[in-house]
Write a protein that binds this ligand. Structure first.
Ligand code: UT7
Length: 332
């Protein structure tokens, strides 16, 4: 078999919902600016709940909707840029909490394109390893953990949440187009503190400092550069994934994009000559939850019954790395 079927989906958003107006109390900003420049109206933040717990709730929902027991999962792929622990991985924590005793588990770090890279990897495992029959992908993010709430150009964009999907092998379509432009690594980054070794003289950091006002422990983002990258690569990767399937973007029924900025999605739609109705959008409610965006949106679309058998669905993401990717499947 050489394709994938999405057997189940799940999502979880923490209860604390913060509207744009709330940011006007802590920053020089306005609801009007945030709405018109980004499309965002509200976002959800963890009230202290750890990321693994959000991921666990989304994972359980995905298992329920796939009608599978935790023991039937063979591989768990975690995606997060905001893990609770530097080790163990989110995926290992979830394996234990779920009781998915037969699963191997590890995380991948592909920022906001995490779901697309995980889907690509799941497809490769399912094609090449007889022992892997069901893969659980979980994206769980607590961006509020690394957000610089003094930087109005970035803090209004992010939110927390988790999304999950169960993926199995099927005789169905799967193509992907992945892209990395590591020269742009300094355009979005967050870093750990330096060495704790007591033997060296403290020296200044020597990596991406030239990029500007970086607040230690927080995410730095050059919004303009990421914007340019995003609008270019979304169209490129979707077109390439479609071409590999022998179709044009116009033949894709639904695109589920990373939700970073409504204007990015609109520009990609124009470049692909597609109407906005062809894109699933929920940025207004949740903002940018990095690798959780796409599976959260997928779950919403799935539960709304928006997809029918045979529909061609394309996932497209981009983010820190700089990474980008699109994956095309046929809904079963
Ligand atoms: O997940 C992937 C990573 N992230 C992204 O994909 C984000 C990509 N970038 C973006 O979405 C946009 O670049 C932003 C939303 C970050 C910024 O929007 P923009 O239209 O590119 O605004 P700008 O940076 O050109 O700023 C325009 C003005 C500036 O004021 P001046 O210099 O013209 O006086 C900013 O200081 O808007 C100001 N501004 C704000 N004003 C009110 C920036 N943020 C805010 C704010 N409220 N929150």
């Amino acid at each position: 078999m050489s394709g994938v079927v999405i057997k189940g989906t799940g999502a979880y958003l923490p209860a604390l919902c913060v509207d744009n107006e709330a940011f006007t109390k802590i920053l020089d900003t306005s609801d009007e600016w945030i709405r018109t420049r980004t499309g965002i109206r509200t976002r959800h933040f963890s009230d202290g709940e750890p990321g693994w717990s959000m991921g666990l709730k989304a994972a359980r929902q995905a298992l329920d909707s796939a009608n599978l027991r935790p023991e039937e999962i063979d591989l768990i792929l975690g995606t997060t840029v905001t893990p609770d622990y530097c080790t163990p991985s989110l995926a290992c924590v979830l394996q234990g909490k779920l009781g998915a005793v037969n699963a191997i588990a590890f995380d991948i770090s592909c920022a906001c394109a995490g779901f697309v890279y995980a889907l690509d990897l799941a497809n490769r495992y399912l094609m090449t390893d007889d022992k892997i029959k069901n893969v659980l992908i979980v994206g769980s993010e607590m961006l509020s953990r690394v957000t610089n709430f003094e930087d109005r150009a970035s803090c209004v964009l992010f939110g927390d949440g988790a999304g999950a999907a169960v993926v199995s092998a099927a005789d169905a379509l799967f193509t992907s187009s992945l892209k990395v432009e590591g020269m742009g690594a300094g355009q979005i980054f967050g870093r750990y503190h330096g060495t704790r070794n007591p033997f060296c003289n403290p020296s200044p950091a020597m990596d991406y400092d030239e990029y500007g006002d970086y607040k230690e422990g927080c995410l730095y983002m050059n919004g303009k550069e990421v914007y340019k990258f995003a609008t270019r690569v979304m169209a490129e990767t979707v077109t390439e994934a479609a071409a590999k399937a022998g179709i044009t973007p116009a033949e894709i029924d639904l695109i589920i994009p990373h939700q970073a900025n409504i204007r990015i999605i609109e520009t990609a739609a124009q470049r692909l000559h597609l109407p906005m109705e062809r894109f699933a959008v929920n940025i207004q409610k949740y903002g940018n939850t990095s690798s959780a965006c796409i599976p959260i949106c997928l779950d919403e679309v799935n539960r709304a019954g928006r997809l029918k058998k045979g529909d061609k669905v394309c996932f497209v993401g981009f983010g820190a790395g700089l990474v980008a990717g699109a994956a095309l499947i046929e809904w079963q």
